[in-house]
Write a protein that binds this ligand. Structure first.
Ligand SMILES: NC(=O)c1ccc[n+]([C@@H]2O[C@H](COP(=O)([O-])OP(=O)(O)OC[C@H]3O[C@@H](n4cnc5c(N)ncnc54)[C@H](OP(=O)(O)O)[C@@H]3O)[C@@H](O)[C@H]2O)c1
Length: 256
């Protein structure tokens, strides 16, 4: 088999949450470039429309659905729209996420809930909805959850985010175990620092320079650094891979 054949995504339908910015845009465009019909989900409809238009201009297929991933009804609607446009979803990229910074002792209940409801609860809702529909369709599928190196090691000031991401890594294993027998694979990617809207301010200045010095490869990640891990996990190239988390961090974790 050639690399082009093994990574080919024609005949797949991919739903990407958080496809209005940063990594989610890149994930959606990469999947579309490799043949997937893509369903773009996020709250900012104008941004989704721009991504959809870019994909279509490049010859890909995409549909945009404005939805808050914390709203189960909205998520069900997004899957309905996907099915109507392209058929059953075979790939879910569970990418939508928010971050926060601040000392644990000062974190409000509201902020804890905002982060946990987006970065953990919604990851489960979307994966559960995808899994139910993949089971009903009976064709298997691939779910990729976007975790973080902060799900393995911790830093100061990110207690809610790190807790959610650690749970996502465990959730990935638990779901993989229950779904493997039906050919539904569940994996995660744990990126290190990649400059996006999520952290642009945090990574600027001396604080960013200090963080960069801790990365053995000597640089922050770029969005394209995740193309390979994503394509492996959603394509035939990863057909026997399930329950795992691929770390893509320029060596940051080995140096901890
Ligand atoms: N960048 C990094 O260094 C890094 C490292 C490790 C892990 N990650 C993870 O990678 C994922 C993407 O992050 P990013 O860096 O690309 O950040 P980003 O540019 O801020 O994008 C976050 C995306 O999530 C969407 N989103 C947030 N809350 C949502 C909600 N309630 N409903 C629907 N969509 C929602 C946003 O869309 P709307 O605002 O339009 O809804 C946006 O598209 C996150 O899970 C993040 O934790 C990032």
């Amino acid at each position: 088999m050639t690399a082009a054949q093994i990574f080919d995504l024609h005949n797949t339908v991919a739903l990407v949450t958080g496809a209005s910015s940063g990594l989610g845009v890149r994930f959606a465009e990469t999947l579309a470039e490799n043949g997937a019909a893509v369903v773009l989900v996020a709250r900012r409809a104008d941004r989704l429309a721009a991504v959809q238009s870019r994909i279509e201009k490049s010859g890909g297929r995409a549909v945009a659905v404005e939805a808050d991933v914390r709203d189960r009804t909205a998520i069900q609607h997004a899957f309905d729209v996907a099915e109507k446009a392209f058929g059953p979803v075979t790939i879910l990229v569970n990418n939508a996420g928010v971050a926060h910074s601040g000392r644990a002792v000062e974190l409000s209940e509201e902020e804890w809930r905002r982060v946990l409801s987006t970065d953990l609860d919604a990851v489960f809702y979307c994966a559960q909805e995808a899994a139910r529909r993949m089971l009903a369709a009976g064709k298997g599928g691939a779910i990729v959850n976007i975790a973080s190196v902060l799900g393995f090691g911790v830093a100061k000031g990110v207690i809610a985010y790190a807790t959610a991401k650690a749970a996502v890594i465990h959730l990935t294993k638990a779901l993989a175990l229950e779904l493997a027998f039906k050919g539904i694979r569940v994996n995660a990617i744990a990126p290190g620092w990649i400059v996006t809207d999520l952290n642009r301010d945090y990574l600027a200045g001396e604080q960013g320079a200090a963080l960069k010095r801790e990365i053995p490869m000597g640089r922050f990640g770029e969005e394209r650094d995740l193309d390979g891990p994503l394509l492996l996990l959603v394509s035939d190239a990863g057909r026997f891979v399930t329950g795992t988390t691929i770390v893509a961090d320029g060596g940051q974790m080995v140096a901890l």
